[in-house]
Design a protein around this ligand. Structure first.
Ligand code: UD1
Length: 339
């Protein structure tokens, strides 16, 4: 059973590759290293004892993509992570985002049809809900107009998948992630974006280790108990396990619809200050932070209703916030050791 994992050397991709290997799947990775490092391949091998097949090319490059599929046989399913994901950057460079995130999906789906590869698991995001009217947010909640080109690429991608499936034999599961954080228990893989992190958790750990001077907390005037914004943080290993279940569901044809959508979160919301407190507790370090203005485009609060994923996938996020912050910190300490 060969599974193609695009973006398999990225943060969520690498954790998913390890879980797929543990479940007995053969993995092929395509990654152009646009936001990760080749060393991740060695780390995956260190964890699982198996070095996955790996190709480095840009999936938005039509010729390269068609060549790859022509030369790679027996792919049972694809998990498509490869995409840009920085909200602010997408506002500055929308064409780059549409070209990469939409172009690569179109190339992949054309090849799925051409080579009869029926199963696609797609990385979607809770960003498609915008600020939901009701919390916790269910999969039935209306999608709100996207707040950024990045968010729009996720909505458009879901639409492209739905429309393509309607007129073909393809099937797909879109997984709408809430906020993935944390790292593998070995501390060999984790979240390590190139350059200055945009996301909260790597910014926290890099501040604690002295790489960044100070964490800015974006806004304390939200309508939340402590005034800071609330998100549903989910441990990346819990998230990775859901991908293995989704792939299995597609291969074993136990799904109910040709296109299924699931929220992947814990169902619990935590504020930015609560995350900081958890981090300070588990790391026994005081974090240097200051409250600044809200960040443009941020929503106030969102957390998932996970009933549908729990029931249909038989999956439930298991790890606590403290486990998330501790594993993120352990990963940072491991990085610091080697620098
Ligand atoms: C955003 C996207 C999400 C996307 C993710 C990937 C939306 C609504 N969410 O998540 O879809 O998958 O990026 O990059 O588009 N914060 C600080 N200081 C910081 C960084 C963050 O206070 O230095 C706060 C933010 O204001 C937010 C929370 O921490 O309240 C989480 O932020 P972040 O980790 O960037 O994720 P989202 O913006 O929620």
């Amino acid at each position: 059973m060969k599974i193609l994992v695009t973006g398999g050397l990225g943060y969520i991709g690498a954790h998913t590759v390890v879980e797929l290997q543990a479940a007995g799947y053969e993995v092929i990775i395509v990654d152009n290293l646009s936001n990760t490092r080749i060393a991740v391949l060695d780390k995956i091998e260190q964890i699982s004892g198996i070095r996955p097949q790996y190709s480095n090319f840009d999936l938005a490059d039509r010729n390269a993509c068609f060549d790859f599929f022509k030369n790679t046989k027996n792919i049972e399913g694809i998990i498509h992570f490869a995409a840009y994901k920085a909200v602010g950057e997408s506002v500055q460079k929308p064409i780059m985002y549409y070209h990469n995130n939409i172009g690569s999906l179109i190339n992949i789906m054309e090849n799925m049809e051409l080579h009869n590869i029926p199963n696609l698991v797609f990385s979607s995001s809770c960003t498609v809900y915008g600020q939901p009217d009701e919390l916790p947010v269910t999969e039935q909640a209306p999608r709100k107009p996207a707040m950024s080109p990045y968010g729009n690429t996720k909505q458009i991608a879901e639409d492209i998948i739905r429309d393509t499936i309607y007129s073909s034999k393809l099937k797909s599961i879109a997984l709408r992630y809430f906020n993935p954080v944390g790292a593998h228990e070995t501390a060999l893989i984790g979240e390590l974006p190139l350059g200055v992190p945009n996301n909260l958790m790597p910014f926290i750990t890099q501040t604690a280790s002295g790489i960044r001077q100070q964490l800015s907390v974006f806004g304390e005037d939200y309508n939340t108990p402590d005034g800071t914004a609330i998100r549903d943080y989910i441990h990346v290993v819990d998230l990775a396990k859901a991908h293995v279940i989704a792939v299995k569901r597609m291969i074993e044809k136990t799904g109910k619809l040709d296109f299924e959508i699931f929220n992947l979160g814990t169902g619990n919301g935590f504020s930015v200050l609560e995350v900081i407190k958890s981090f300070e507790k588990v790391s026994e370090k005081k974090l240097n932070y200051k409250i600044v203005d809200r960040r443009e485009g941020d929503i106030e609060k969102v957390w998932a209703n996970t009933d549908f994923a729990n029931m249909e996938l038989g999956w439930k996020a298991e790890k606590s916030l403290d486990e998330m912050t501790l594993s993120s910190w352990n990963y940072q300490l491991e990085l610091d050791k080697n620098n």
